[in-house]
Design a protein around this ligand. Sequence first.
Ligand code: BJW
Length: 252
Amino acid sequence: MQARRRASISERLRERFAQARRVVVLTGAGVSAESGVPTFRGGGGAAVWKGMPFSVISSAGMLQRDLAEVWAWFDYRRDILQSLSPNPAHVALARWQDRFEDFTLVTQNVDGLHQRAGSRDVVELHGSIWRARCVACGEHYDLHDEPQRTRPPACLNCGDALRPDVVLFGEMLPAGAFERALEKAETCDLFFVIGTSAVVYPAAALPEVAKSAGAYTVEINPELTPLSDLCDEVINGRAGEILPLFEVNSKS
Ligand code: BJW
């Protein structure tokens, strides 16, 4: 079906939204853009740090070659995040969890802003920048309250090295996370894909799965993506401006 592109919410979507029982939302970096978090792609460019494209620094190969540099990249980003706050898109999605019979928020973001806005039980496909993990025994460490320089230099359990608990290119997703997202995508009636360039797999397969299983699929993004033609509706706009509109003018 040819996607319809609109900058506001159609009556048809409002009806779907009012009647939906099982809703899944897949978010990407664009949802945090209005908080000031840089996206990876979009706007014609790709994130670069110290001259390295993020696809190099955020890769399994880099972790093997230079763990200290990978830590420096994530320390730098955690530092930026400390001064940023959730935006109206995060806040709107946190409200949605109490609105539907079954609501699942699946995110590719590692920034924790959904949780800070009040979202519970978020499926984090690519891990969290706020956790470290032992490369040997898998012990986890919460980095929220730890100033960067005092994080344990090594695992307190087995003494081996710690790494950021995020999913780098070429790594497997956390056990169970994709499976849970897949099950929800297969059984939902309304699926939103918001603020993702939809080029990273397996996350980008979820809207396709939902659509094939009969869900009404909606994309919210200021740019077109490889999923735009697949979706039943495409709202070309910023998540922080569009999502609050569902509440403001909702008929229900
Ligand atoms: C707005 C906005 C506003 C702006 N409002 N919107 C099948 C086919 C081909 C390749 C593969 C495949 N299956 C697996 C692969 C390999 C690979 C992959 O997908 N590669 C492709 C890129 C080619 N996938 C993997 O390696 C994954 N692992 C895996 O599949 O394991 C099994 C396996 C292992 C080994 C071999 C084979 C299979 C793991 C992927 C992990 C991705 N990790 C990263 C880094 C995380 C750590 C970190 O933070 O550094 O995750 S990469 C990066 O991309 C990050 C993101 O979560 C992810 C997605 O990016 P996202 O969220 O879409 O952001 P952007 O920047 O791309 O887009 C922003 C969008 O927002 C744009 O569209 C803007 O327009 C929009 N926007 N402002 C709304 N205000």
